[in-house]
Write a protein of this length. Structure first.
Length: 256
């Protein structure tokens, strides 16, 4: 049987997604099973549950297509590199994309502009005060729909906030953003350094112990819903007090 908008919306409610909240989505469309109507149906189902009082956010990253040799990001045309759902979402009615050459976010809903404004002034993906940080400040939740915690972009930001000194390149790359009116804005960027993200997934048992993650199924997809504020606060403590290189290996602290 095809997975419908109603099945997805019911599954999300059962998982604990609430009207009015901020939801940052990482997704695998295929993981749901055959979705009637494709990515638009998943997006509509999430919007049904959040209502226009809520805010749906997705990464629309371009880190691997915008770099020193290809420095220009066009907010209107640069494809998102993190899945079909995100690529569909970024051009839908009511959706805006932030002006960041490598780590743009697209958003819909009540807090869309409040979250996204000014990303072009950041010289890295997610410093304090950036759209990513605002999601955490407003206690947004991160939904991993059929995909692993290794896709947790917010953790790169948490490392910036700690700060983990070598998580960013010392020099900037001279990148550019083309905005919705075709204006070119210089946007020099410190890039992520090292291969840390492959170890983000080890945090699952800690998130459970901290009470900031619930798991469940939506359609055929295994899902995890994470409170970004608790996740960030507790992870910052670990980075500062236990091991600033927490994400360069697969070990966890004995007690956390
Ligand atoms: C990499 C990733 C996107 C792959 O997931 P995926 O489900 O294979 O790919 P997409 O979500 O892009 O959806 C496209 C797939 O859905 C399939 N599809 C198309 N229509 C569909 C429908 N109606 N119902 C179900 N699946 C459908 C496509 O055929 C394609 O599968 P294929 O490549 O095997 O042909 C996912 O595993 C992931 O990691 N997501 C998170 C990414 C992220 O946020 N990263 C941020 C940090 S880097």
């Amino acid at each position: 049987m095809d997975v419908t908008r109603t099945i997805i919306a019911d599954g999300l409610r059962q998982l604990g997604v609430r009207p009015g909240e901020i939801l940052l989505l990482h997704s695998s469309l295929k993981s749901l099973g055959r979705v009637e109507g494709g990515p638009q149906t998943l997006i509509a189902a999430i919007q049904d549950v959040l209502t226009p009082d809520g805010t749906l956010v997705m990464p629309t990253l371009t880190w691997d297509t915008v770099h020193a040799k290809q420095p220009r990001f066009d907010v209107r045309t640069s494809p998102s590199r993190v899945g079909l759902v995100t690529e569909t979402f970024r051009t839908m009615p009511g959706v805006r994309r932030s002006l960041h050459p490598t780590h743009s976010l697209a958003a819909w809903g009540r807090l869309r502009d409040e979250l996204l404004d000014g990303h072009e002034t950041c010289t890295s993906a997610g410093p304090l005060g950036s759209p990513y940080h605002r999601i955490v400040e407003r206690r947004g939740r991160i939904l991993f729909l059929g995909c692993r915690l290794s896709s947790n972009t917010m953790m790169h930001c948490v490392e910036e906030w700690a700060p983990v000194p070598d998580s960013l390149t010392a020099d900037t790359e001279p990148l550019e953003v083309v905005d919705y009116d075709g204006r070119i804005i210089p946007s020099p960027q410190h890039r992520h350094a090292g291969a840390r993200s492959r170890h983000y997934a080890k945090m699952a048992p800690l998130f459970e112990a901290w009470g900031c993650m619930v798991s469940g199924r939506v359609g055929e997809a295994d899902c995890r819903l994470v409170d970004s504020a608790i996740m960030a606060e507790r992870t910052l403590r670990l980075l500062r007090e236990w091991d600033r290189d927490l994400f360069t290996h697969d070990r966890l602290p004995p007690t956390a």
